[in-house]
Design a protein around this ligand. Structure first.
Ligand code: ZN
Length: 377
């Protein structure tokens, strides 16, 4: 087979003999089978039916269907609309082009202090669908803005916006000589529905991001779960393929195919909750925070416990409980400050969120009790 052609769609409709458009791409982009070959013909409904796609069990929704790499044409419509069509003749028009072209993708790189990188990838190929995939584009864009506004980073962050499958494969093929720099990554999409956050592990479930994501979600204030890798899904399949094995996990909410709005016109803006998007964005940011700041500390006062009060380490915090938490975090950070346990190791031992231990360690570093063993760059 030749390289896949680029598809350009200008118009697509089915009109009755009075010229009334009964199916109209201009009314909803889902009405045309994606990748439809061009056609202009007059035919009876009985003949047209083989090219019409509906969802009988969700009769008011338009399905999203594609016909990649298999030359066909067709229309998608609600089952109710199909039922209302009289047996008659119709004029069918798909005004499209399938021809050699280009594959477009977006890529943003926010440099870090080292050559190592974090990859964030989201797919951009679904028309007029909000959760899968506009939510991923929105969260990735907001994440980019947040990261760009932050001070120096250890890892560079590379955010790619690619057509699903073909785009990720093309991106990997073009960047093969540099992908060894990617130490951690996440494929993100489907982050706006009402379901809990779902982290899908990497192929071997042994990448650092697997541990980081599980840690963050274990302490996350909203519901979440972790699932194992399986070879079906989004572009984690490409990044985890044996020839790359990049250690890229995936964060979604309700997995694809398991909510009834999936790949239908029911996946519209009202299906996506801005609070869920924000919660997902915060969770991703917390995961990247662990990756960016985890390090090993060495105590400068390791023989017995140093006095913390006289060093001003008990800052005024709201309540007794918060003060106790803060004090415990300081003690945990000191107790394991022999360069053997990372902050994440300590947070897991203490069963507290990474950030609490990280802040305690940073406060201890400020007063000279701890030294970061990571080489300053
Ligand atoms: Zn999809």
């Amino acid at each position: 087979m030749d390289d896949p052609h680029e598809w350009t769609i200008r118009d697509a409709n089915v009109a009755d003999m009075a010229g009334q458009r009964v199916i109209d791409f201009k009314a909803h982009t889902l009405h045309v089978l994606s990748y439809s070959a061009p056609i202009r013909a007059r035919m009876r409904l009985s003949e047209l039916r083989a090219h019409l796609f509906t969802l009988p069990d969700q009769p008011d929704r338009i399905p999203y269907r594609t016909s990649y790499y298999n030359e066909n044409w067709g229309f998608c419509l609600s089952h109710a609309a199909l039922e209302a069509l009289p047996e008659a003749e119709y004029d069918v028009v798909v005004d499209s082009t399938l021809a050699p072209g280009v594959l477009n993708y977006g890529e943003l790189f926010l440099p870090g202090q080292t050559e190592d990188e974090i990859l964030i990838s989201t797919h951009i190929c679904h028309p007029s669908l909000a959760n899968d995939n506009l939510s991923g584009i929105a969260v990735a864009s907001a994440l980019a803005q947040r990261i760009a506004a932050m001070p120096a980073r250890r890892f560079g962050v590379r955010i790619v916006f690619v057509p699903g499958t073909i785009g990720a494969i093309a991106w990997l093929a073009r960047n093969e000589s540099n992908v060894h720099r990617i130490k951690h990554g996440l494929v993100i999409t489907g982050l706006g529905d009402a379901g809990p956050l779902v982290y899908k592990q990497t192929r071997r479930a042994d990448a650092p991001i697997d541990r980081v994501a599980a840690h963050v979600l274990r302490h996350w204030p909203t519901p979440s779960r972790v699932i194992g890798f399986d070879p079906y899904g989004y572009d984690e399949r490409q990044y985890n393929s044996p020839g790359f094995s990049l250690g890229v996990g995936r964060l979604t909410r309700t997995p694809h195919g398991t909510f009834k709005e999936y790949h239908t016109s029911g996946d519209h803006l009202d299906f996506v909750d801005p609070n869920q998007l924000t919660d997902a964005l915060n969770a991703i940011e917390a995961m990247l925070d662990v990756v960016q700041t985890d390090t090993f500390y060495l105590s400068q006062n390791p023989k017995g416990e140093p006095r913390l009060g006289k060093r001003g380490l008990y800052r005024t915090v709201a309540g007794q409980a918060d003060r106790q938490r803060q004090e415990m975090a300081l003690l945990w950070a000191l107790a394991y400050a022999d360069g053997q346990d990372s902050l994440l190791d300590i947070a897991e031992r203490a069963s507290v969120p990474f950030r609490e231990i990280a802040e305690a360690a940073q406060a201890l570093e400020v007063v000279g009790l701890l030294v970061d063993t990571r080489a300053k760059v």
